[in-house]
Write a protein that binds this ligand. Structure first.
Ligand code: GCU
Length: 413
């Protein structure tokens, strides 16, 4: 286990955790809404956990339909990356529309003993941007306009191939014995406020009125991660009991919500996820609940909007989202200059989940204070703050791979 060394941020964090100047992590993770204390692991799993999960559904992310599935089609498999990897691609069709599908890309280490453990992560710009590999299909879904990647009118082109490969160090990942499975989030729900007509919402929600608890885009993206996991369970090349869900930024929020709902995920990794992800909302630092709902009204359920400026009234906060992952390994990563995502607030949530982890598995976050830059703290909860800006880098991946190795033999689920 790696332990962190104290830093100049120590004072700041002490103030934040002392309960005087800054808030401690309320609501108390080990107190039921009616005030009753939670004193055993079984009470957490049977009573408090369902209560917290239900509150996140009703107040924050909305309700995910339980009965919707996707069908696997068009599996292909080939050697790639100079023979170092096997590249697999397949479609996950959903709903009635023939065009509605998630196009999945996977790289597996070519030499492997048995099914490969994997990282499952959505990407922003299309699978073809993840690697210069010419065999990857160019995304056909909505993607954000981006001159450097050759995207105009939200359509991807060949020019984007490998354009975001710096975020996806495939050689590094397969070199450590893991696979990478990815799909573009635009295949699930285009990321703009369209009145919920397209993507998974268009396929499943019907024309009914949107209720306060209807799911938003984060819920739709998280649904897709679970459907990808279904398809891994059906393919013997993958060890679906060792599938880590990972996401950056808004997709880090998504990874946490996917891991909280779907306990099949082995490990949950949130990279620079900020407000509505790992950051503790009651601190009101960086992006706030009011601001995120104003700028991205389609991400959360309608009711979450009512907490803008009233964070103290929230019956949950983001440390409880991390606690929903217990006892599975969960990782929160921040970046030094990512003040919009509130690194200290992200650390405080990881600390705030510690009590639940200690209760249910006797292990938690081995850092009382915010660790120094690039000095990860790895227990059943992991945390690091990386030098630099908001991004997903090979340095982040190196810590995730170490964390995955550390927990390789932690019993799944
Ligand atoms: C914006 C948004 C964040 C989000 C980020 C991203 O900055 O305010 O909440 O995490 O975009 O997804 O890149």
């Amino acid at each position: 286990m790696k332990t962190a060394t104290p830093t100049i941020l120590t004072l700041l964090v002490s103030a934040a955790t002392s309960g005087q100047a800054a808030p401690t992590c309320e609501p108390h993770p080990l107190r039921m809404q009616d005030g009753a204390p939670v004193t055993s692991a079984s009470q957490w799993f049977d009573q408090r956990r369902p209560e917290v999960l239900e509150l996140f559904r009703a107040e924050v992310y909305g309700r995910t339909p339980a009965d919707k599935r996707a069908r696997v089609e068009h599996i292909t498999s080939a050697d790639a990356l100079d023979g170092a990897a096997t590249r697999k691609q397949w479609d996950l069709r959903y709903g009635a529309d023939r065009d509605a599908a998630v196009r999945v890309l996977a790289y597996l280490p070519k030499t492997r003993q048995g099914p490969a453990p994997v990282f499952v992560a959505l990407n922003f710009q299309g699978n073809h941007t993840v690697s210069p590999d010419p065999g990857v299909r160019v995304a056909t879904c909505w993607v954000r306009n981006n001159k450097a990647l050759g995207v105009d009118a939200n359509r991807a082109t060949e020019a984007g191939r490998g354009g975001v490969a710096g975020r996806w160090p495939v050689e590094q990942i397969i070199g450590r014995g893991y696979g990478l499975v990815t799909a573009c989030y635009g295949d699930l729900d285009p990321d703009f406020d369209d009145g919920f007509d397209n993507g998974v919402h268009g396929a499943f929600d019907g024309d009914g009125e949107r209720r306060d608890e209807s799911w938003g885009a984060i819920g739709a993206w998280a649904w897709g991660l679970s459907r990808i996991l279904d398809s891994l369970e059906a393919d013997a090349d993958f060890d679906a009991t060792r599938a880590a869900v990972l996401g950056h930024s808004r997709l880090g929020k998504t990874a946490l919500w996917a891991g909280a709902q779907d306990q099949r995920f082995w490990m949950i990794i949130s990279n620079n996820s900020g407000c509505g992800g790992a950051a503790y909302s009651r601190r009101k630092q960086g992006e706030t609940v009011a601001v995120i709902n104003k700028n991205f009204p389609h991400w959360f359920c309608k009711r979450f909007r009512s907490y803008g400026g009233r964070e103290d009234a929230l019956p949950v906060d983001q440390h409880l989202l991390l606690a929903l992952c217990a006892p599975r390994p969960v990782y929160v990563a921040s970046a030094q200059f990512d003040s919009w995502a509130d690194p200290l607030g992200e650390f405080l949530s990881a600390r705030g989940a510690d009590a639940v982890y200690r209760l249910v598995c006797g292990d938690g976050l081995p850092a009382e204070e915010m660790p120094a830059l690039d000095q990860p703290a790895h227990g059943r909860i992991g945390y690091h703050v990386r030098t630099g800006k908001h991004d997903l880098t090979p340095a982040d991946w190196e810590h995730y791979l170490d964390f995955a190795d550390l927990h390789r033999d932690t019993p799944p689920r």
